[in-house]
Design a protein around this ligand. Structure first.
Ligand code: TMP
Length: 218
């Protein structure tokens, strides 16, 4: 039992996770506790950031799906052990830009790696360690990719075709039905509506946790 809270944001490309993470970070910092940090996946520690650069950079050599999966979990294990768990023990709210659901969606749904393989690698890397709350920002794939193309240069994942991202989206939605700590937000709405929806989920969650933590009641 730790005294902090682990919140992750998930969603396919162009869902607006980064903007919402900034908003939620500021909200928690100003209203709940100054013990709040943001991290991103893959990455978040110096070693995991080196792995991120291998995963995100498009090169002439194709990164095979098995290597991709193992690198995702190598980065995650590093982040969990060296940062997330210690911070939770210190009572921090940890806000993650992606976590394990991304692997099920991208490497499972997108690349077609079987659940058995993913679950066995996951077990070796992080066991059953999962967020207390996950907000899945769901958006129509075409709309999401339009936003990505407007942002400019594409990374290795963003070069994938629409059907890849459709499989990612469907896998996300499937997992959300199975896991009670995952809440789905319609990210195609206006920014104000999305912000309202996300902050309501965050408030309910933190109020429920306030009894067992030092967080200020909202
Ligand atoms: P982002 O930081 O811009 O979201 O980029 C991370 C990319 O890595 C994104 O395209 C999703 C992908 N990814 C996976 O394929 N599997 C994973 O487990 C994680 C964390 C990310």
């Amino acid at each position: 039992m730790n005294s902090g809270a682990f919140i992750s944001f998930e969603g396919s490309e162009g869902a607006g996770k980064s903007t919402m993470i900034e908003t939620v970070y500021d909200f928690i910092y100003n209203n709940v506790t100054s013990k709040v940090i943001k991290i991103r996946e893959p990455g978040g520690t110096p070693i995991a950031e080196q792995i991120r650069s291998i995963l995100k950079t498009k090169t002439d050599e194709t990164l095979c799906s098995q290597s991709e999966l193992l690198l995702m979990y190598a980065a995650r294990a590093q982040l969990v052990e060296s940062l997330i768990k210690p911070k939770l023990q210190e009572g921090f709210v940890v806000i993650a830009d992606r976590y394990d659901l991304s692997t099920l969606a991208y490497q499972g749904g997108g690349r077609g790696i079987s659940d058995d393989i993913i679950y066995s690698v996951r077990q070796a890397a992080i066991g059953n360690f999962h967020p207390d709350l996950t907000i899945l920002m769901d958006i129509d794939v075409t709309k999401g990719m339009e936003r990505v193309h407007k942002r400019g240069e594409l990374d290795r994942f963003e070069h994938e075709q629409l059907d890849f991202f459709e499989r990612v989206r469907q896998r996300y939605l499937l997992e959300a039905k199975k896991l009670d700590y995952v809440k789905v937000v319609d990210a195609s709405n206006q920014l104000l509506t999305v912000t309202y929806d996300v902050l309501n989920i965050i408030k309910d969650f933190l109020n429920a946790r306030a009894k067992s933590t030092s967080f200020r009641q909202l």
